[in-house]
Design a protein around this ligand. Structure first.
Ligand SMILES: Nc1ncnc2c1ncn2[C@@H]1O[C@H](COP(=O)(O)OP(=O)(O)OP(=O)(O)O)[C@@H](O)[C@H]1O
Ligand SMILES: [Mg+2]
Length: 446
């Protein structure tokens, strides 16, 4: 049932109750006034007729009848004269007031007083005086009808007025419901017009604010999804580039070791044989040959230093722990002023090239940073496997991270984090409480 119909029914019921109460009071008042009028009329008629009967009625019936004919109708009273046999000798005329009409029987039953009759004996019969409240009741009924007519009119007009007011007040609701339907269908750009009326106006502006917020949130979410997608694509691209670089570095390292290394060794051997030749080689040629030997040795040593930086060949052949041990030895040799401490736990084998390389590169960058930025005297490295997670901690006792350590244009720490993230792990970098920096990497082991 619509709100409008409900309110109309309520108003109609209230008016009906009001009219019902008024009707009940009207019936009560009419009953009282009818009784009063009947009693008064009856009393007057009784008084008058009793006196007259006392004076004349004992002597002559015609005189009495003549008197009654002249008296005519007394309001609210029926006068009847009967002879000794009970036959009607005289009956007062019917009322002319509102003649021909009577109140309905049910209304009469509601307001009529107790019947009242006075009887006077005459010399040859009886005079009956009966109270007749029909006119007074008809007056009351006419008032009641007017009241009911007024009530019906009030009900019709009141309902029409309320109907119009509610129609005006609830007209925006269908527009609001339409707007909500549009939102549900996904048309988040839907906005409502400004409504007349404070409630509808407030709902309309609240709707518009809500739609605006939803639209902005959805746009922001869409942008975030797109950005996340782009980031994901960038990471995948970076991963591919990284893998290519690693492959290429490995290829170069092997090439240097196997091809160039062999060639340099061959050159060195040839030059060495020249320096040892007894005939056909003068002193200056021997000196040149010795120079070639020294240069080849230098070249070989430089090449050997370069290979582990490019890609430690031991990674492929011996595994992560050996490669790390070899690399740390190398750092010890190159940085004798710094104390390196290495703790290696048991690692599950095989770790796989990706994990091995990631850990190796993270270690390499962390130590390079400590050597470049920390001015440390002691560097501790711990590599172990803990409940299916590979953990690598590098602690130094240097001067700690500067305030702007995350400034743009520096890629080492970011690269470490990226390498770990690709494998589902993470890298944290933080100052230690006792001074220096701790780099912690954790990579889940499948
Ligand atoms: N162990 C450390 N002790 C002190 N400061 C450090 C340490 N490691 C990193 N930092 C600070 O963090 C900054 C960022 O390091 P990050 O490795 O990202 O870049 P970088 O080493 O400066 O340059 P690159 O891009 O070549 O690695 C460094 O510039 C340095 O200021
Ligand atoms: Mg760096």
């Amino acid at each position: 049932m619509s709100l409008r119909l409900q309110i109309n029914l309520l108003i109609a019921s209230l008016i009906a109750i009001f009219i019902g109460v008024l009707f009940a009071f009207q019936i009560k008042d009419t009953r009282n006034s009818v009784r009063e009028e009947i009693e008064a009329g009856n009393r007057v008629a009784t008084q008058l007729l009793s006196n007259f009967v006392l004076v004349y009625a004992d002597t002559s019936r015609p005189m009495l009848v003549d008197f009654l004919i002249h008296l005519g109708r007394v309001r609210s009273t029926d006068i009847t004269l009967r002879d000794q046999q009970g036959s009607v000798v005289y009956s007062s005329p019917p009322p002319v007031y509102k003649a021909g009409r009577d109140a309905p029987a049910w209304y009469t039953a509601l307001v009529a007083p107790q019947p009242m009759q006075q009887r006077f004996d005459t010399f040859d019969g009886v005079l009956e005086v009966d109270a007749n409240p029909s006119r007074a009741i008809l007056d009351g009924w006419d008032d009641a009808v007017r009241l009911l007519q007024f009530g019906v009119l009030a009900m019709v007009l009141g309902n029409l007025l309320v109907f119009a007011l509610i129609w005006r007040a609830t007209r925006p609701f269908s527009v609001i419901a339409g707007g909500l339907d549009e939102l549900q269908r996904g048309a988040y750009h839907t906005r409502l017009p400004a409504f007349v009326g404070s409630e509808a106006g407030a709902i309309g502006s609240a709707f518009n604010r809500m739609a605006q917020t939803i639209e902005e949130n959805l746009n922001a979410r869409q942008q975030a999804i797109e950005a996340e997608l782009r980031l994901q694509q960038n990471r995948e691209l970076a991963d591919i580039v990284q893998t290519r670089i690693e492959d290429e570095r490995g290829e170069i390292a092997r090439e240097l070791h196997d091809e160039t290394g062999q060639s340099v060794t061959a050159i060195k051997s040839l030059a060495l044989s020249l320096t040892r030749r007894e005939q056909g080689c003068d002193e200056s040629a021997k000196q040149t040959a010795q120079l070639i030997v020294d240069t080849a040795s230098g070249l070989y040593a430089a090449m050997h230093d370069m290979i582990p930086r490019l890609r430690p060949l031991t990674l492929d052949s011996l595994g992560l722990t050996d490669a790390v041990g070899e690399r740390v030895d190398e750092w010890r040799r190159l940085n004798p002023q710094i104390e390196f401490k290495l703790q290696l736990g048991d690692l599950p084998e095989p770790l796989g090239t990706t994990v091995t390389l990631a850990v190796y590169r993270i270690l390499q960058e962390a130590i390079t940073n400590a050597l470049r930025h920390a001015q440390a005297q002691r560097i501790e490295i711990s590599l172990r496997a803990e409940s299916n997670v590979l953990r690598l901690d590098i602690d130094d006792d240097g001067r700690g991270l500067p305030a702007d350590w995350q400034r743009p244009g520096h890629y080492g720490l970011r690269g470490m984090a990226d390498r770990a993230r690709v494998l589902g792990g993470e890298v944290t970098v933080a100052n230690r409480t006792g001074g220096g920096v701790r780099v912690s990497a954790s990579i889940p082991l499948q």
